[in-house]
Ligand binder design. Structure first.
Ligand SMILES: C[S@@+](CC[C@H](N)C(=O)[O-])C[C@H]1O[C@@H](n2cnc3c(N)ncnc32)[C@H](O)[C@@H]1O
Length: 210
């Protein structure tokens, strides 16, 4: 039985707006400022994909632009992942920490922007995930560099989900020309009818020549 104002989705406990913890953080004026104020549907697109095509157990996974961290928390809970949650906005961390405890997993929380992440930050990672993180032109520029850095450091797979914003489509186009990747339309069943795209970049074939 779920506690008051908690819902269950993809086997995770997620706070509803009326939950006292959310109301308290809002009252204290600790509302995230870079759109990390809720769980975005793109997170569920990646969870759905991973539910259908699970990663090997125990992968080292970085959830970039994690917001409340539910995507990374899903990976820790259901894929045995060793997870790092990364975000530029430290205001998301109380929300991520609370959900970590609520879902009884342990993840590492890292305060960093995309552009601050360097080669050494990716050498200990197998997979990089991101949900709804490419919504401004400067994020397109930062993510282009991040993807190249992560692949050069040996990250094996990168998955970025998005509803299909122009900046994300631009990133997908860039990746199609520079890396071996696919852009998959993805839809969730159920009442929400959420649809979007998954940009999946695999590193085993590496950079395209030329
Ligand atoms: C639309 S929210 C998505 C949050 C989460 N991935 C989800 O699906 O619920 C975008 C997230 O990216 C973070 N973000 C924005 N710009 C960033 C940057 N330059 N570096 C790292 N994180 C950033 C925001 O703080 C926010 O948590």
């Amino acid at each position: 039985m779920l506690a008051a104002h908690v819902r269950s989705i993809y086997g995770l406990k997620v706070l509803k707006r009326k939950h006292k913890t959310l109301r308290k953080l809002e009252k204290e004026d600790r509302v995230p400022t870079l759109h990390g104020h809720q769980v975005w549907q793109s997170s569920y697109l990646v969870m759905d994909y991973l539910h259908q095509r699970p990663l090997a157990i125990g992968q080292r996974i970085m959830d970039i632009g994690c917001g409340w961290g539910l995507l990374g928390i899903y990976c820790a809970k259901y894929l045995g992942g060793k997870v790092q949650l990364v975000d530029a906005d430290s205001r998301v961390f109380p929300y991520a920490s609370f959900h970590q405890q609520l879902n009884e997993v342990s993840v590492q929380i890292v305060h960093s922007s995309f552009e601050q992440l360097k080669h050494a930050d990716f050498t200990q990672q197998d997979v990089v995930l991101g949900a709804d993180i490419c919504f401004w032109p400067q994020l397109f520029t930062q993510l282009k560099l991040l993807i190249a850095t992560a692949l050069a450091a040996g990250v094996r797979k990168i998955i970025i989900a998005d509803p299909g914003r122009p900046t994300f489509m631009q990133l997908a186009d860039y990746c199609r020309h520079n890396f071996t990747c696919e852009l998959c339309p993805w839809e969730l069943g159920g009442r929400t009818k959420t649809a979007g795209y998954l940009l999946i970049i695999d590193n085993h074939r590496g950079l395209k020549p030329g």
